[in-house]
Design a binder for this molecule. Structure first.
Ligand code: 6PG
Length: 253
């Protein structure tokens, strides 16, 4: 099955045959974006997500195929969100990235800007906001070179869930997310920071995502209430990499 691409203003949708093809395409975009950022800013700042879909991408970037294509000395890793668990925990987004990528490349430890999921959510969010402010500077709204996001079946992205008051946040860059089960609490970047990125890359795979994707991308996009549909970069671009299974309900884009 061919790959097909639909580009409209700053939004690009690429449908690829499967997760493997999608992950290689994402790796190529990661490498290319890192080179452009390092060439222009002497550094590359990426915010990455957890969940299952990006694992193959991280594994590829840490593999012989791609690891020598990135100047890891100038690459900085942040997270779009984290679960409120210790970094050794299986549910930790940091651990996912560390096991599959960060521990396999020559990345200086100081370039890893982890959300401390083991701390009290409020403190972890404040500390992370401070870390981001130190990195991007006081005055500026943080502007990541690349943000990698996923979409839940309910339309959530990062840890911004449908109906959440956090979707209305206009000032804070990082907020705690209190969920019914405290063990499921999270820390998340807010929409103003996500939408200030130079490049946003959504990775979406599997038939379970088809319904929510057709809501978000079909009919002109951004159905009210789906947080992923509210991710609209103010000056950057957004690329949706979708596999064939997830694209089945996408009508004309
Ligand atoms: C997380 C993520 C979350 C994820 C979606 C999709 O911490 O879980 O950041 O927003 O991207 O839940 O997850 P899958 O890729 O597992 O479908």
């Amino acid at each position: 099955m061919e790959t097909f691409v639909v580009e409209k203003s700053n939004r690009k949708v690429e449908v690829l045959p499967d997760l493997e093809a999608l992950s290689h395409r994402a790796a190529a975009i990661f490498v290319n974006t890192s080179r452009i950022s390092i060439a222009t800013k002497k550094r590359f700042a990426a915010a990455i997500s957890g969940g299952s879909t990006p694992r193959r991408l991280y594994t590829l970037l840490g593999s012989e195929t791609y690891r020598d294509q990135v100047d890891w000395q100038r690459a900085h890793f942040f997270w779009a969100d984290e679960r409120c668990v210790p970094k050794e925990d299986e549910a930790s987004n940091f651990r996912t990235a560390f096991d599959t990528l960060l521990s396999r490349v020559a990345l200086p430890e100081k370039n890893i800007h982890r959300i401390k999921g083991e701390e009290a959510p409020d403190k972890a969010a404040m500390d992370y906001e401070e870390e981001i402010r130190r990195f991007f500077g006081e005055s500026e709204r943080p502007g990541f070179d690349l943000v990698i996001l996923g979409v839940g079946e309910d339309g959530h992205t990062a840890s911004l869930f449908p109906g959440s008051k956090l979707l209305e946040e206009t000032v804070r860059s990082v907020l705690p997310v209190y969920l019914e089960e405290p063990s499921k609490n999270r820390i998340t970047l807010t929409l103003p920071v996500l939408n200030n990125a130079d490049q946003i890359l959504f990775l979406v795979a599997g038939s379970s995502k088809a319904a929510v994707l057709s809501e978000i991308l079909g009919n002109g996009g951004g159905k009210k209430g789906s947080p992923a549909g509210l991710v609209r970069p103010v000056h950057g671009t957004i690329t949706w990499l979708i596999d064939q299974e997830a694209a089945v309900k996408l009508g004309r884009l």
